[in-house]
Design a protein around this ligand. Sequence first.
Ligand code: URA
Length: 436
Amino acid sequence: MNFLPLIEAKREGKTLTAEQTREYVHEFTAGEIPDYQMSAMLMAIYFRGLNTEETTALTLAMRDSGDVLKFPADSRPIVDKHSTGGIGDKVSLPLAPLLACLGFRVPMISGRGLGITGGTLDKLDSIPGFQTLLPAPKIIQLVQRVGCVICGQTQKMVPADRKTYALRDATGTVPSIPLITASILSKKLAESLNALILDVKFGTAAFMPTQADARKLARAMVTLGHQCGTNTRAVLTDMNAPLGRSAGNWLEVTESVACLDGQGPEDLRELVIESAAHLLLQTGKSKSITAARKQAADCLESGAPRKKWDEMIVAQGADLPVFNRKLKLDSTAQVTAEVLSQKNGFISKCDARIIGEVIRDLGGGRFTKESRINHDVGVDRIAKPGERMKKSGALCRVHAVDLNQATKAGEQLKSAFEISAQRPAKSPLVVRVVSA
Ligand code: URA
C-alpha cells in the first residue's frame, strides 16, 4: 500500500477508516511498511490522537495480527486482570488461583518488568522449575484442566504490538492514551475474555502520576473494552506507597503465598478480593459488590486457592519440594540489613518510587530489556503510612548481594520514609471504580 497519504491525513488530524487501519497494521506486521514510516504515523497519532472508532479499529487490527486463543465451550467464564504496574504489586499471583476456585477460567498472560516496576514473569522465574513460556495449545489445555495459568505472550500472539511498542519506546511515543489503550487491550482481547478488570495506578511510582490522568486512561480502556465485546471495569488505586510489605522478585512470591495462607498484608488481601469481587459482579456470578466481596473472601479463607496455587505451579513445571524448602528460608540473598528509624513518630510517607529505584539498582529490576535480573534481592518488612515507629525501629529490611550494596541501599531507603508527630489521615487504596 502507499502509506504516505495515510500518514499525511493523520498529521492533518483527519480520521482514518477501520479498513485503512486494518490494512496498515497488517502490512506493518508483515514487514511491508518500513519502521521510519510507522514511526512517523505513531508521532502523528501521538499529537493528533485517535477517536474511539479509530482506537477500536487499531485495537482489533492489532489483536488479529497473530494467534487469538480459542477455548472450548464451557460454563466457566474466561476472565483476567491487568495492572498498569507498581512497586510490590503481586496481586496476579494470589488472584489467578482464587479466580480458578471461584469457577473462572484464567489465561493470565503477563509481562516482564522494565525500569522500576516489577514484572509478574520475573517474579515467577524465581520459582524452581517454573516455565513461563508455553505454546498456545498448552495454555488452553492447562486453563481447561487447572482453571488458571500465568505465562508470557507466545511469539505468535499480537506481533503488531511487539513491533509497534519497540518503535514507541525508541521514538518517545509511549505516553499516548489511544496507543496505550490499543496496546494493552489488544493483548488482553487475544485471550478471548468474557470479562476484564483493570487496575490503573496513580502516584509517585505509577505510569500515570496523577489521579486525573489515571482516570482518563481507565475511562478510555473501559469504553474500548466494551466496544470490543469484553465486559471491562477499572479500579483506580494508589501507588504512592508500595503494595504489601515486600518488593523484589522472590520476596513477592513469598508474600503472595502468605496471602493465600491468610497471613499476607491487609492492602494486598484487599486488592485481591476487590479484583475478584468485580469479576464476580461483571459475569453475573454475584448480585452485589458486598455479596461478591464476601464470596471472594470466604473462598480465599477456605484454603482452596492455596492448594490451587500448588497445582498451578506444578502444572507449569515447578519442583514443589524444592519450592517449599525455599519458602522456609528467611532470605535467599547473601546479606540482609535493617534500615533503622532516627526518630519516634508515625510513618507519614513511604515513597514507592524510591523503593523501586533501590531494588532496580540492587539488580532486582532492568535498566534495558536485555538486563539480567537478580531474583533474590529486594526490600521487605516495609513500614507503611500510618504505622507507629520508634527511634531505632526497623523501617524496612534490605536483601542484597554484599554489605557495601546493602549499606548504600540502606542510605537511599532512609529518604523514602518520612516520620511525623501526628498519625496521618488514612488514604484509601481503591479510590474509584470506572465502569461502562
Ligand atoms: N503497557 C503496555 O502493554 N503497553 C503500553 O503501551 C503501556 C503499558
